[in-house]
Design a protein around this ligand. Structure first.
Ligand code: FAD
Length: 416
């Protein structure tokens, strides 16, 4: 437990780090965030913007496994592994397979659900009514299917959501066109989930948190942490690029896909992998959407953003440091035309980001088993935007020594 007013340092200025920093600041702490990159400009920059209270389905379900070989053979498919990286990815992939066993799914879905259900309300609390209304839209999401057979094959995932309280309805034909007129008439059916939100600008969401944080006296230091020095009692100093040392009392590691490089030397080596994803954002696309639309069979979402229509998704396993393969971004443009035949070329920007992913689809949220005053908040995979605010709330509760609003045992760093 740390007393209010005491200093806390957060490594990482993505959505997770800034949410932790802002909750801690509201709890009375003097908070510093350290990151060489401007707030929100890593993975949190280019996501699909969806905040879903029913994100309870793990990365791989038992029924998905049969599709994996076909995906792997299609270089522009929803999942690709760079062959040269395969030996390094293999242990993570094997754990992913183990986590997809039918016996493990209910517990994983429950643990995802515990974070997802309060996720939008946690943003409401953190942002306050004016910023929430400015940044978050509550219009639901449409999950489109290329065939009725595809929809029926997805029934186990919808059952998982329904069993955890999700409201949704199947929409066919003309009713679907009324919901989203830009949709291809060849798309036969979809599931509409009303209780879901999105942000039309994920970067502006993080920048707003950073502005409020600085406005209330928080400090953001632009530098990279090279090493954490710990004594018997816990962290003592951060050694930064350029040689400076930054003294620390309580430390939160929220460094996204790079977090294992910090936690490893501190005795915790969770199997964190970069699930690289891409987007194209098309300004002047000619497509007007009220809400995000997904096409699960191709692994992407199309979201109406302030900057244009964003088509984002797919997974590439190739490590943190390999250069982007922007052919995958361009393939998303082709996939987008399946949903929206009227999609115009417009002005296209492309992007790649590294999702910080653990093979059981759950993040790490909690205290170090080795050091006092050292906390971890990373590994949110496909759901870091959704889970950001609730993660920050849990970290602030934990550091204050209060009982956490949900049971955080499933997110322990030493569960592997
Ligand atoms: C294509 C795509 C679509 C997505 N869509 C969604 C979606 O619709 N909904 C959703 O909920 N999630 C979505 N996600 C996932 C979400 O974007 C991520 O889970 C989230 O951004 C992770 O946030 P983070 O703060 O953990 O990491 P990041 O945003 O990557 O931030 C981590 C920060 O740590 C810093 N850092 C690393 N090492 C150090 C160091 N040594 N010293 C100092 N700083 C360091 C980095 O510079 C970085 O700025 C999507 C992801 C992708 C790729």
């Amino acid at each position: 437990m740390t007393s209010p007013g005491s200093p806390v340092t957060v490594i990482g200025a993505g959505i997770v780090g800034l949410c932790c920093a802002r909750w801690l600041q509201r709890g009375g702490h003097v908070v510093t965030v350290i990151d060489p990159v401007s707030p929100g400009e890593s993975c949190s920059f280019g996501n699909a913007g969806i905040l879903s209270k029913y994100s309870v389905v793990p990365l791989v379900m038992p029924g998905t496994l049969a599709k994996v070989p076909g995906w792997l053979l299609d270089p522009m498919g929803p999942l690709v592994v760079r062959w040269r990286y395969l030996p390094r990815a293999m242990p993570w992939l094997l754990r992913l397979l183990a986590a997809s066993r039918a016996t493990r799914i209910p517990a994983i879905a429950d643990a995802l659900g515990a974070l997802a259900l309060p996720s939008i309300d946690a943003y409401g609390e953190l942002l306050g009514p004016a910023d929430f209304a400015d940044l978050i839209r509550l219009e639901g999401v449409v999950n489109a299917y290329e065939s009725v057979a595809d929809l029926e094959a997805d029934a186990p995932a919808w059952a998982l959501r329904r069993d955890r309280g999700a409201r949704f309805e199947r929409v066919d034909g003309e009713a679907l066109r009324e919901l989203e007129p830009a949709l291809n008439p060849a798309i036969p059916c979809a599931i509409y989930v009303p209780d879901t939100g999105h942000t039309a600008n994920p970067l502006r969401l993080v920048k707003t948190l950073a502005e409020r944080f600085i406005g209330d006296g928080g400090e953001i230091v632009e530098n990279r942490v090279l090493r954490v020095e710990c004594g018997d009692g816990g962290p003592r100093a951060l050694h930064l690029d350029g040689g400076a040392a930054h003294p620390v009392e309580t430390l939160v590691v929220a460094a996204g896909a790079w977090s294992h490089r910090i936690s490893g030397p501190l005795g915790s080596k969770p199997p964190l992998e970069a699930e690289r994803g891409y987007h194209v954002t098309i300004a002047g696309s000619g497509i007007s959407l009220k809400r995000p639309v997904s096409l699960a069979s191709r692994g992407f979402y199309a979201t109406p953003m302030e900057a244009g229509l964003r088509i984002a998704g797919t997974v590439e396993i190739g490590g943190l440091d390999a250069p982007p393969d922007y052919r995958r971004a361009r393939a998303l443009l082709d996939h987008g035309r399946l949903l929206f035949p009227g999609l115009r070329d417009g002005t296209v920007s492309q992007w790649m980001g590294c999702r910080p992913s653990l093979p059981d689809s759950l993040p790490v949220i909690g205290r170090s088993p080795h050091f006092e005053r050292l906390y971890y908040a990373f590994g949110h995979g496909h759901l870091g935007l959704t889970q950001g605010a609730i993660t920050g709330k849990l970290i602030a509760e934990l550091i204050a020594g209060r009982s956490t609003s949900i049971d955080i045992d499933p997110y322990r760093i030493d569960r592997f």
